[in-house]
Design a binder for this molecule. Structure first.
Ligand code: G3P
Length: 218
């Protein structure tokens, strides 16, 4: 399972990279705004900075909502770095844009996926990744994991190569359940990734090992 970090914060990206488990980064317009990144030049410079930290894919989202706009933005984004994956929203023009990018060798991440039907059509258009938002489904009392499971079945039935990138991950149990269901990738905050490491019995056990070692080495 690939681990992506879902942030545009350079320090958090660096910390995840330094942990040695990072496979990529996802961003979105809200995450870029949260870091105070605005204006084309600053946005491009920020994507360059992210790409210089990580070894894997970096999703950069288009702002346009019409086909022509998405194509021209995507063509500019991929010039920034070969790691860039063009993130396109699941709307009719987005599907058409994904088909264009696929036919022209440009990798895509189809975002804002909330149903299996949306995931199916994104795969048919050739999306590299599809991003079901599990946390936001949980927020409206709908089990986000059911969506991951359903997409896994559909993609396996037909051998679609589109990778399931579980997004809107909020906590470590989301990551574990996604791994159990066979999501190819998860993207989440640093807090959820770091929380996988922690267990109180590990801390208690280590303290005891060190205390015993200290006693017998006086
Ligand atoms: O990857 C999508 C993600 O950024 C959305 O997460 O927590 O805003 O629902 P959240």
């Amino acid at each position: 399972m690939k681990f992506f970090i879902d942030t545009a914060n350079l320090s958090e990206i660096q910390q995840a990279q330094d942990m040695g488990v990072l496979d990529g980064v996802t961003t979105n317009p809200s995450l870029m705004a949260k870091e105070g990144i605005s204006g084309v030049e600053k946005i491009i410079a920020h994507y360059k900075a992210i790409c210089s930290i990580v070894d894997g894919d970096v999703s950069a989202e288009v702002i346009s909502t019409n086909y022509e706009g998405m194509i021209s933005e995507g063509l500019e984004l991929v010039k920034i770095d070969p790691k860039i994956v063009v993130k396109v929203p699941m709307i009719a023009d987005g599907v058409k844009a994904i088909r264009y990018f696929t036919d022209n060798g440009i990798r895509t991440n189809c975002t804002l996926i909330f149903s299996s039907g949306q995931a199916l059509i994104a795969a048919k258009a050739g999306a590299t990744y599809v991003s079901p938002f599990i946390g936001r489904l949980d927020d409206i009392s709908t089990n986000g994991m059911d969506l991951i499971e359903s997409i896994r079945v559909i993609y396996d039935n037909y051998g679609y190569e589109t990778e399931i990138l579980a997004a809107s991950v909020r906590h470590p149990m989301h990551i574990i359940q996604c791994a159990q269901l066979g999501a190819d990738v998860m993207t989440g905050p640093l807090s959820a990734i770091s929380a996988l490491i922690k267990h109180p019995l590990t801390d208690i056990g280590l303290a005891k090992f060190l205390a015993d070692h200290a006693k017998s080495n006086k």
